[in-house]
Design a protein. Structure first.
Length: 133
């Protein structure tokens, strides 16, 4: 009997928290697409993309609080995140044979696409290059 009462109380409490909060949180959420291309405009597939929520808004899950997303781009160079809090986000992109990209952006749109252009690595620099001559 106690277990049943506890289960019903937990269910009712969860519904009260989720349903009103969901309608409020839905207006603070956006769909984010990150498009990663190289300097020639070709898509970069399998690039590592990390999106960090900087402005104190977090995505709440019943199990944990999500502070960031980590995923890879598809063959067309895009990574799609269905629900991200509006506000300041940090976008970091890294891929083999390219320089790492990182930038903080303020986004208040319902749908937004972040265009990222990855550059080729720079030539290696050495202090001892003058000594070789």
């Amino acid at each position: 009997m106690r277990t049943l009462v506890r289960a019903l109380f937990t269910l009712a409490f969860s519904i009260l928290l989720i349903v009103p909060g969901h309608s409020l949180l839905a207006s603070d959420m956006m769909k984010l697409t990150i498009k990663v291309v190289d300097e020639r405009g070709k898509p970069v597939d399998r690039a590592n993309v990390r999106v960090v929520f900087k402005q104190g808004r977090k995505v709440y899950n019943l199990k944990k609080i999500i502070h960031s997303w980590e995923l890879k781009t598809a063959q067309d160079g895009t990574a799609r995140i269905p629900a991200v809090p509006k506000g300041d986000i940090l976008v970091q992109v890294s891929a083999p044979f390219y320089q790492t990209y990182g930038d903080t952006q303020t986004i208040e749109d319902d749908e937004h696409t972040v265009e990222v252009v990855l550059k080729s690595p720079q030539k290696q620099y050495s202090v001892h290059e003058d000594l070789k001559k």
